[in-house]
Design a binder for this molecule. Structure first.
Ligand code: ME8
Length: 509
């Protein structure tokens, strides 16, 4: 049986169209899912949209629209943007899907039957932009004049008869779980943050709303709707068939990793596992909270008005350049400023000069010196052994970095090989070897063809279009594209007909 891999992104609010921040998580999950597929895993990649709650209702009202029609309009922009970014998800979940709604009610009933839900009165602050209750500990005696402690936007005072979840009951279990699973939350700084916050105590939380009806009704009280975060988190179960499609659910749950940004860590690393503990379900295996893309140190978000849309940059640089830049520029887990000059630099230097030129030089020389056919290696030159060693070590490092989602480091390693290959051409001077006619030329050209084949496999998760073009130029199709078997050196067949084509990354001024 093939091993499974289940990866998710947050489901995005439909009050805004996708931007570079939401694209970041979606691309990272896509890269990981593509990588795992290449490694032979039966992979499930889930993304989608979060469509209920007061924030969405208000956004729809502001446009004079019914919330479902409003959501439909924004969702179509998500579909389009993810297609433009070459995102290959297995399912796109919408919280307005009837199946999802049923799953949320089932989970709610399970938790209620377990004695973990009770009725009470919520009297306190609420941040509608974050859709979160602000606890007494977080608010000062005079309220929250400074706004929400997470997003700093104004909070509202709520007084509602609500249903509460006994989160407090799970404090010790959660701490114990964290102690036994030191990699449950990554990076480690986020683990420590969560651990010390739980140690200070967990309060029960309200999980219903009574003052509007854009949401999923409680199974036991039709006058209330389920709190949007309880609704949204359940997507990770309903997206893989919970509760009806037991076969798929059993195959994929627990999720291998929930990718999120740091602002929604508490919901995922604490509230969500406690809900699952209560329902008798396993928690996900890992929560990875990456950092924020910022603009002059401010988080990129619709409310700050500093949003960059993927379409704006795709038109200028091409989709693979954006995918590459986002994952190469900042270590996954840290914040980083989005800057067009940095994108331009990486596009022109690393993609056009280093990668694009390497491919063009190799193919041009195979065309010119060997009639467009990959030559047979004569075994005169010892560099084949050196390349073999280099790629064996690259494979180990690349896989290790991918397993811990360190995309920038994995790419850095591939670029070391690309730079060495360019230097290999400069050092061996095939144009001189062509005159010497010693047979060494065949060895060098063979090695170069194999180097670019391997580069295409490594780049496949990150830049699928580019990898595909390289393979077409090299004259190979579906062969040798699995990890690790496709990564050993020396597999390309002599006689393979290459097809030079045009330059991969035209420079951008
Ligand atoms: O929080 N930098 O939805 P959301 C990096 N519906 N990532 C960013 C980003 C930025 N500047 N801006 C957004 C919600 N993101 C809930 C989630 S899940 C059960 C419910 C990404 O539309 C990042 O992944 O506000 C962040 O966690 C997510 O978008 C928030 O999307």
């Amino acid at each position: 049986m093939r091993p499974k891999y289940y990866i998710t992104t947050p489901i995005y609010y439909v009050n805004a169209q996708p931007h570079i921040g939401t694209a970041y998580t979606t691309i990272a999950a896509d890269v990981m899912a593509r990588y795992k597929r290449l490694c032979g895993y039966e992979t499930f990649y889930l993304t989608g949209t979060d469509e209920h709650g007061q924030k969405i209702l208000r956004a729809a009202n502001a446009e004079g629209m019914n919330p479902k029609e409003y959501a439909d309009r924004i969702v179509s922009q998500y579909y389009k943007t993810w297609a433009d970014l070459n995102i290959k998800y297995d399912y796109f979940i919408r919280t307005t899907d009837p199946k999802h709604q049923k799953a949320v009610q089932t989970l709610f009933s399970k938790i209620a039957n377990n004695g973990d839900i009770y009725k009470g009165k919520y009297s306190g602050w609420y941040c509608t932009p974050c859709e979160r209750y602000v606890s007494v500990k977080e608010s000062s005696p005079e309220g929250l004049r400074g706004g929400c402690p997470v997003c700093q936007r104004p909070t509202e005072f709520l007084e509602e008869e609500n249903y509460f979840f006994r989160l407090s009951k799970y404090r010790d279990k959660m701490l114990d779980y964290l102690k036994k699973n030191g990699d449950f939350v990554e990076p480690v700084s986020r683990y420590n943050e969560v651990f010390s916050k739980i140690e200070m105590g967990l309060d029960d939380i309200s999980i219903s709303r009574a003052s509007f009806d854009w949401g999923i009704p409680l199974p036991s009280d039709q006058k209330q709707i389920i709190w949007v975060w309880f609704d949204a988190l359940t997507n990770y179960l309903s997206g893989v068939g919970y509760p009806e499609d037991e076969g798929i659910f059993k195959k994929f749950w627990p999720a291998d990793v929930h990718l999120i940004a740091k602002d929604i860590l508490w919901f995922h690393a604490v509230i969500w596992p406690c809900m699952l503990f209560s329902a008798g379900l396993e928690p996900p295996l890992k929560i990875f909270a990456h950092g924020w893309w910022t603009m002059n140190a401010d988080k990129i978000s619709k409310s700050k008005g500093n949003v960059i849309y993927p379409a704006d940059v795709i038109d200028r640089f091409g989709v693979d350049s954006i995918r590459y830049f986002l994952l190469r520029e900042i270590p996954f887990g840290q914040d980083g400023d989005f800057s067009l000059p940095a994108l331009l630099r990486r596009h022109n230097n690393e993609l056009a000069n280093e990668l694009g030129n390497l491919i063009m030089r190799c193919l041009t020389m195979i065309e010119k010196y060997n009639g467009s056919k990959v030559p047979k290696s004569e075994g005169i030159d010892s560099s084949k052994e050196l390349w073999n060693e280099l790629f064996t070590s690259l494979e180990q490092k690349f896989s290790a970095y991918m397993e811990c989602l360190q995309f920038s480091l994995a790419l850095e390693k591939v670029w070391e090989a690309i730079k060495m290959a360019n230097k290999y051409i400069d050092d061996t001077k095939p144009w001189v070897l062509a005159k010497e006619k010693t047979g060494r030329l065949s060895d060098v050209l063979y090695n170069l063809a194999e180097i670019i084949r391997l580069v295409s496999v490594y780049l496949m998760p990150f830049m699928p279009n580019t990898a595909e073009i390289i393979r077409q130029q090299l004259g190979i199709d579906d062969e040798m594209i699995s990890i690790p078997s496709g990564l050993s050196f020396g597999q390309i067949r002599p006689g393979t007909k290459v097809n030079k084509g045009s330059a991969l990354f035209p420079k951008v001024e």
